[in-house]
Design a binder for this molecule. Structure first.
Ligand code: ATP
Length: 257
């Protein structure tokens, strides 16, 4: 089981003699196969926490375990897939060729990914079945981001770290993509840690929402989202949905005030 445990994590940046405490006393547990969102005011340390979990940055103090491994060991064992704000696609490669990138990189690293998922089926589940032979440069920003998501789900990594993947998209596209992300996640249940500023996205997508406060970033509350799955658009009109949104909004306001 690749459960992730974060214990007493503290992170201090020191730049030109200036100290910034980005995270303090962060304790969290992520169960394998769950979808967890991190939400909080700008600068509260969400991206820093994601990078520390993903082995891209070291904590100043504390312990992180990814199924018993350090984040760096887990990263070397290809446990993580990253979905950043803008997907790193090769414009002159087709969508299908871009899907093969992690596979090619991992093959060079001598890692056998024979059990990888079917890229065409993954692209279909994010609504890109008709675009597999299109060049990446021919796609809209939203379509490119969907390729990035499908690719992360097909990379063989059991843990996906998503840092505001929809932030560059317009509202309507965001809404559509969030349902496609739900769709692909409900079929291929990986652990997802999803950084967002959107209350709606956090509630719609997640099993748990971690509300953070600034500064230094701490966990102010972890809220279980007890809404039935699969989640369909009508859920957004339900009283329960609105209840969770206002609960999180209240938490965030309390911490700002
Ligand atoms: N490499 C760095 N060097 C120095 N300070 C940093 C570095 N990275 C982040 N910080 C600081 O740490 C704090 C947390 O930053 P972080 O990017 O994790 O916040 P965030 O919650 O993801 O913000 P946002 O929602 O605006 O993306 C901020 O005060 C930021 O200036």
């Amino acid at each position: 089981m690749s459960n992730i445990k974060v214990e007493k994590v503290f992170k201090r940046f020191v730049r030109r003699g200036q100290m910034t405490d980005a995270l303090r006393d962060v304790n969290l547990e992520f169960k394998q196969g769950t979808f967890v969102s991190l939400i909080g005011p700008s600068g509260c340390g969400k991206s820093t926490l994601l990078r520390i979990i993903g082995g891209l940055m070291e904590a100043s103090e504390g312990m992180i375990s990814v199924g018993g491994q350090t984040p760096q060991q887990a990263q070397a064992a290809k446990q993580f897939g990253f979905v950043p704000q803008a997907p790193a696609l090769f414009p002159w490669r087709t969508v299908l060729e871009n899907m093969n990138l992690p596979f090619e990189v991992n093959r060079k690293a001598g890692i056998n990914l024979s059990d990888r998922e079917d890229p065409v089926e993954l692209l279909q589940s994010v609504g890109l079945g008709d675009f597999i032979h299109a060049y990446a440069k021919e796609l809209s920003g939203g379509m490119q981001q969907r390729v990035g998501i499908a690719r992360a789900f097909g990379s063989g990594a059991p843990i996906l770290l998503m840092d505001e993947p929809f932030s560059a998209l317009d509202e309507i596209t965001r809404e559509m993509i969030s349902y496609q992300l739900l769709n692909i996640w409900e079929t291929h249940q990986k652990t997802v840690i999803f950084v967002t500023h959107s209350l709606r996205e956090a509630v719609l997508l997640s099993d748990k929402v971690v509300v953070m406060s600034s500064r230094p970033g701490r966990i102010s509350q972890v809220i279980d989202i007890d809404l039935p799955r699969p989640r369909t658009p009508d859920i957004e009109d339900s009283d329960e949905f609105h209840h969770y949104v206002s609960l999180i909004r209240g938490q965030l306001r309390e911490r700002w005030g």
